[in-house]
Design a protein. Sequence first.
Length: 750
Amino acid sequence: MKKIFIPLFAAAVCALSATASTPVYLDDTRSIDERVEDALSRMTVKEKVAMLHAQSKFSSAGVPRLGIPEFWTTDGPHGIRPEVLWDEWNQAHWTNDSCVAFPALTCLAATWNPDIAMLYGKSIGEEARYRGKDILLGPGVNIYRTPLNGRNFEYMGEDPYLASKMVVPYIKGVQSNGVAACVKHYALNNHEVNRHTTNVIIDDRTLHEIYLPAFKAAVKDGGTWSIMGSYNLYKDQHGCHNQYLLNDILKGEWGFDGVVVSDWGGTHDTAEAITNGLDMEFGSWTNGLSNGASNAYDNYYLANPYLSLIEQGKVGTKELDDKVRRILRLAFRTNMDRNRPYGSICSPEHIEAARTIGEEGIVLLKNSGKVLPINPKTVRRVAVVGENALKMMTVGGGSSSLKVKYELSPLDGIRHKFGPDVEVVYARGYVGDPTGEYNGVVTGQNLKDDRSADELIAEAVDVAANADCVIFVGGLNKSAHQDCEDSDRTALELPYGQDDVIRALARANRNLVVVNISGNAVAMPWVNDVPAILQAWYLGTESGNAIANVITGTVNPSGKLPMTFPVKLDDVGAHSLGLYPGTPRNDGSKIVDCKYDEGIFVGYRWADRNKVKPLFPFGHGLSYTDFKYGKAKVDKSSIGTSGKLTLTIPVTNTGDREGSEVVQLYISDLKSSLPRPVKELKGFKKVKLAPSETAEISFEIDRDALSYFDPSLHAWVCEPGSFEALVGTSSADIRSKVRFEVSDTLADNK
Ligand code: GLC
């Protein structure tokens, strides 16, 4: 009997386990949520907990028994990071993980073109998919509050409306590949100094009007499948497990159904991680084995510490099941979606996309005397000066650093474009950072140069004096205290004595073009001595071609600044009020309180309110052609707050070549219960026009464009009264205004 019993029992167990272990990965036509419930019902508590935290530097566990794959994440917003060792930041030295570096997101924002954002997201999503990644750790949309923030180059500028409109297509493009976007860093990570210990103190209105809109759009319009919490604190809770930001707003008010991923090392407490909205924990330094012990993944805050609380009956599994439901939903959207495409990498299409994005994002800041474009047929010798003409910029800068298939330098792009009949002579001009390595990826460039500044300037002046024109390529770089994660700049001025070089070149040759490569605004004390200035961002793999195509006029520049370029740091609210980077508490906690007391008056909002004339205003960007604006008209002179009003304005290309113009709509509330900015961006349209062509540009103006956030109601309010619509080519160059009335009040929590 006993013998018969055991085989029967064993068979039953096996059958049971076989059923329980039947992979959920079936051709199952049920809805994702039904499949989620099915998978959840088959999982043990241990398997559920294992899904909540990393198993390696960039991956988290699946459920092998049930055929649920592990998740692979990858940086970053500009390209797919090279493979690292299992538990290391350093390279795995694969030979097939080079990528295309797309331009930095400040460049994307400067295109003011949502179609380009879609192209960007689709292309980078294809590269992530091909590399077998399920979550792309980007894009970043933290608002540009200070020009010193080391990571502004990864974000989309100072205006919440522009960032909101540009982030949505990027997300859709990425996710069309079955790869999750992971919009970061939610929220209030607006500088890098003390990034793990800064506690942001901010009023509700500023939070909802300035710092949340791009994240809200990412969730409600972009449908992002994941969000990354921020390192900093808000209301004394870390961004990665924050009741207010994650539960109340993100998952509560906005109905986010995706996964909240911690920043790497952003988790600090098991109890808060359980209850305050975190779903997946990465990069923690555990104190289970010892801080930073390798493979200490079982000691993560949401690993054994959480499991033992459950096993001891000290916490339930309600939060656990909610986290795992979200993770399973992410699985069915990504690595368990049998229909997702296969991706591609380093394709001609991606290289063309990188170049196109760069060309459209370059901003022509100044062009007096029409020095630009330079026709290669009209010059014999071109002088190119500056370290940034040849220094690789795809390596460095922090987690967005890449290993690229290639990076064409501005110097090589210019040489190639001007061709064999033009002599291109190079001079260093200055020595910035001759190193070139990040996490084991090396540029291979030997930029060492021991000459003195005077010797370098003398050489540059000599080269410039004997050339038909001079192209200075300088700016910032991806080194610490430049445009780099985990540190901020310490001044607005250009580093390495570049101002002296530029002044010397201006004296040596009046046909001088300054190309500024940076992710941040910089001071330009020589602005009146230089006839032509291009803002060229970090343009990635195709930098040289994009810059050369704009300089020679193959491409007519159409970029517009996504942030204000102030004359001096004190022209910026956070600095004028002495609020940056905050005040350390003297209670031994290492917390630094940073008060955003400038409130909603960030960027051009501050400049307008305080009548501060910027060096170059938000939305500024010239063209090689000219545009004339007609008179703005509205189809009705008054609307109810639930109504809509259509504004139209004719724009004509009055020049002799095709060009694109970004027509910008700002709204001014002439009388409001709460102080409001002089004007706020509430619409933009990029239009390509042939010479003499006129387009009728129209904008819908509805309550969204008219409302402000009333913290006492916790609602967006559109008040009756007089408003003005201002249409222009930048925030400081308004070409037509039209007044209209709003007849009644309607407040709701949109
Ligand atoms: C970094 C960054 C984050 C990045 C992550 C993984 O510290 O803050 O943006 O995605 O860690 O490298």
